[in-house]
Design a protein. Sequence first.
Length: 113
Amino acid sequence: MKIRYRLANADVEVDGKDVKDAFAQLGGAVEVFSNNVCGACKCPDVVPSVREVQGNTYYEMRCTSCGATLSFGQKKADGSLFPKRRDKDGNYLEHYGWVKFQKQQQRVDEQPF
């Protein structure tokens, strides 16, 4: 059973073995691809980004304007993606999960002389 669903920025198409399977696939796809506006600066120019670091693959949406990213986690059961909107303690992140990378600065008293 093929289903096509129209989002503001794209069409999503899934092929499920039955209605429940198609619904589950569609829900996952919409959850990922409906993140089409940056939560930090509200710019509509966001693009999917995949990067690999030390053998680990990271999936995220990246704002082309301010550089903020929305990271996606992967479910262990089936490898499907979900947006990371909470920190490790379960608290919601600012900007609904969109974060800007900030290099940590050394304190003046920690700098080597």
